[in-house]
Design a protein around this ligand. Structure first.
Ligand SMILES: *Cc1c(COP(=O)(O)O)cnc(C)c1O
Length: 379
């Protein structure tokens, strides 16, 4: 039986040819493709600088390091996200402070963010859930008023816009992931974009073991001299991955167009159903549709989520749930003593959400097949 996954990469022969070119060259890791990829993504986002790293998670970690998160610091983050959005704070010894989401969009509720700010708060991580940018107007005002760094986890939102402005240009630092289910892929990979050169310098050193490549110093002391100035990591991306990323980026407009067309088909089908409620799209955004999420009130329907899941899986429709509130994971319960009730909206909505398949190579027949089966099961 054919399985329709919830997300999948779209790689063609042009992509493959670009990767092979690099594999046949002398430089397969730190060659020119990385800076080409960085420059292309920065330009696309309308920002000055970009730093490519080995994953979206490494990008989040580098961002937390660049803004100086350290033990005792608090960072506000929404609970409905991938664990990495909060883990990056913990890597630096900081404390994630979970702030509840709006139930119609699952985006950070700015009013609640403000109530979570203490003397120890250093930053806000906004997550553009499913591909919809957060309310950056309000978040920016709050961040400025309290002198906080505003970081955007836009791993779902490459190509999205808020009030006509591209994701990447909406926060002090913005993080993208190139995991295969995301908009463009490099296998594993990530990028941080920013206008702040100090952050860039810090992150370039951080991704390379904390080693400086200061050419002035090398001239003075001999070309063999390098110094490790901070504790860093090996978070480098390779040149052949960057070649893939460059090639994929050319096709991003097409990918976005297809994702949005699929979303419109779903929207149209589900407006007729009283049982299925798609998330709300705010008027001032261009949604990038990494995910297509619907809410189903299982209690009212009298069916349970597990049986809907199994039934869809039996039909080859591999739905998913994004996400369980992060603080309910055993690690967070144990380390931070977090408990049920911390973010009531996130907890209630978690019981209702399902992500339906959406990816550029999905055919209209696939979409119709998903719609048919979903509607059939909630009847
Ligand atoms: C995918 C994702 C990440 C992590 O990216 P990786 O490249 O898989 O490390 C972080 N945050 C969000 C919201 C994501 O969807």
């Amino acid at each position: 039986m054919k399985i329709i996954p919830y997300g999948k990469q779209c790689i063609d022969n042009l992509d493959i040819a670009e990767v092979i070119k690099v594999l046949k060259s002398d430089w397969i890791t730190q060659g020119s493709k990385i800076s080409e990829f960085e420059a292309a993504l920065a330009k696309y986002c309308g920002v000055k600088h970009a730093v490519a790293v080995s994953s979206g998670t490494a990008a989040l970690h580098a961002a937390m390091n660049a803004i100086g998160i350290s033990p005792g610091d608090e960072v506000i983050v929404p609970p409905i996200t991938f664990a990495a959005s909060a883990n990056c704070i913990v890597y630096q010894g900081g404390t994630p402070v979970f702030s509840d989401v709006e139930s119609s969009t699952l985006l950070l509720d700015p009013k609640k963010v403000e109530s979570k700010i203490t003397q120890n708060t250093k930053a806000i991580i906004a997550v553009d859930y499913a591909g919809q940018p957060c309310d950056y107007g309000s978040l920016r005002r709050i961040a400025s008023k309290h002198s906080l760094a505003l970081v955007s986890d836009a791993c779902h939102a490459l190509g999205a816009k808020y009030k006509g402005q591209r994701s990447g240009s909406l926060a002090d630092l913005t993080i993208f992931s190139f995991h295969p289910v995301k908009h463009i892929t490099t296998g594993e990979g990530g990028m941080i974009v920013t206008d702040n050169m100090d952050y860039v310098d810090c992150m370039r050193i951080f991704r390379n073991h904390g080693i400086t490549a200061d050419t002035h110093q090398r001239k003075k002391q001999g070309s063999w001299v390098y110094e490790m100035v901070n504790l860093g990591y090996n978070y480098r991306i390779t040149d052949f991955q960057s070649a893939l990323g460059n090639s994929q980026l050319q096709k991003l407009p097409q990918f976005l167009q297809r994702r949005r067309a699929i979303a419109r088909k779903y929207d149209k089908a589900f407006t007729l159903s009283s049982k299925i409620t798609p998330l709300i799209v705010n008027a001032n955004v261009f949604h990038a549709y990494h995910l297509y999420v619907v809410k189903i009130d299982f209690k009212v329907l009298g069916i349970d989520k597990a049986s809907l899941f199994t039934s869809l899986q039996e039909k080859g429709v591999a739905v998913n749930v994004h996400y369980m509130p992060v603080y309910l994971h055993p690690f967070y319960r144990n380390k931070f003593n977090s408990k049920l009730g911390l973010c009531p909206i996130a907890e209630a909505v978690y019981e209702q959400i399902i992500s339906l398949p959406i990816f550029p190579n999905m055919t209209d027949e696939d979409v119709n097949y998903v719609i048919e089966n979903v509607l059939n099961l909630v009847k």
